[in-house]
Design a protein around this ligand. Structure first.
Ligand code: PMP
Ligand code: GLN
Length: 382
């Protein structure tokens, strides 16, 4: 072996991979990794089948299928009231993970600082490290995970290049409101900081609350890129397809990296999604669908000693397990798989520092049958 110096020395496999493997090993019900156990809508599957017979088997355009980009542009206009040019301001990506990685790579240089909120989705930090950047975490505290904007402001230095927002948030299940964006705008005015807004759960938002996309805010438009995922919206996380939206001058830089990173994305899925999404109803009832699941899962939890936190969006439910145990969260989650047959995700991997909290994350994007089976097992924990 030759000597190599790892660029990600502390990079273990992700907690999602780890817990899914453990769930499989012990044949546990997997409420850990965030994926639905049901199929995408039948009409979407039909669109994919029909498209497969239509000779769209060669490279799609580098920035994405034009009809899909046009549909996305219309969707943004109707939902967020802002206009983005499908030709120059929207790019189709191989999932949100690639869009985030590409955006970070395009703008972050060695020594640049990137502010993230912790607990944070696990791909942000390694992407920043690989770009040579420095992660500057702002820690949010349960149960509300509120942001103190004055404190946040203190993290900004002349090296700050980017701030990553995630709303609805994985794992906290909280959402940004108009006031949050206003505060962020005030803090960023006069700086050269880019906002990277991860909005993969844009349609999973509850209690009649509208999704506050960064794309709604004209003041932030010039400094922002927003990232979305069809995987979350249409129950097809395995398809790995998403998109990035941002002003032309930012998108130009994004595409410079995108073309060397993946060049272009699965041609058939792009055409099929364009056909399916031509009807806005395709994405209009998703919130209601998941709200029913959220309420059902919370009803199940009412018969246990788990203390559920509020869920404003996403398909995740955070729970405090301290009534059961004073174990650390990783041990508790592993123990639950091995001895009680249910997998969840501990929160520690979402932090860079020691986490002494007693929270785990359940995914409720599951059939009623599976949730019922999980309920029996959860009720048996003492
Ligand atoms: N951001 C967040 C907050 C997520 O939860 C996920 C997981 N789906 C992603 C990005 C990645 O999305 P994709 O599977 O489309 O790469
Ligand atoms: N986003 C999913 C989650 O939070 C997992 C994606 C992955 O496994 N990389 O559970």
């Amino acid at each position: 072996m030759i000597h190599i110096s790892s660029k990600l020395p502390s990079g273990d496999t992700t907690i999602f991979t780890e817990m899914s493997a453990l769930a499989q090993q012990y044949q546990a019900i997997n409420l850990g990794q965030g994926f639905p156990d049901f199929d995408p809508p039948t009409d979407l599957i039909r669109c994919v089948q029909e498209t497969t017979a239509m000779h769209h088997h060669q490279y799609a355009p580098m920035a994405g299928d034009k009809s899909l980009r046009a549909i996305i542009s219309q969707k943004i206009e109707s939902l967020y009231g802002s206009s983005f040019d499908p030709i120059s301001e929207i790019t189709i990506t191989a999932g949100a993970t690639q869009a985030l990685f590409t955006a970070i790579t395009a703008f972050i240089r060695s020594g640049d600082e990137v502010i993230i909120f912790e607990p944070a989705y696990d791909s942000y930090r390694p992407s920043i490290i690989l770009a040579g950047g420095i992660t500057v975490p702002y820690t949010l505290y349960a149960p509300d995970f509120n942001i103190d904007w004055d404190n946040l402001k203190r993290l900004i230095t002349d090296k700050t290049k980017m701030i990553i927002i995630n709303t609805p948030n994985n794992p906290t299940a909280t959402v940004f409101n108009a006031q949050d964006w206003k505060k962020l705008d005030e803090i960023l005015t006069g700086t050269q900081i880019i906002v990277l807004s991860d909005e993969v759960y844009e349609h999973l938002i509850f209690d009649g609350c509208p999704h506050e996309s960064v794309l709604k805010y004209p003041h932030l438009r010039d400094r922002s890129m927003a990232v979305f995922s069809f995987g979350k919206t249409f129950h097809c996380t395995g398809w790995k397809i998403g998109y990035c939206v941002g002003s032309e001058y930012l998108m130009q830089e994004f595409r410079k990296v995108h073309q060397w990173n993946v060049f272009s994305v699965n041609s058939i899925l792009q055409k099929a999604l364009a056909t399916y999404m031509a009807d806005p109803q395709s994405y209009q009832n998703i919130a209601k669908f998941y709200e029913v699941k959220r309420d059902y899962f919370r009803q199940i939890l009412a018969d246990t000693s788990f203390k559920p936190l509020d869920v404003q969006g996403t398909f995740f439910q955070l729970c405090d397990y301290s009534a059961y145990s004073d174990m650390d969260d990783r041990s508790f989650a592993k123990n639950m798989v091995i001895h009680h047959g249910v997998a969840a995700i501990p929160l520690s991997p979402f932090y860079n520092h020691e986490n002494e909290g007693t929270l785990i994350r359940f995914c409720f994007a599951k059939s009623t049958e599976l949730l019922d089976q999980a309920a029996k097992k959860l009720r048996n924990i003492h």
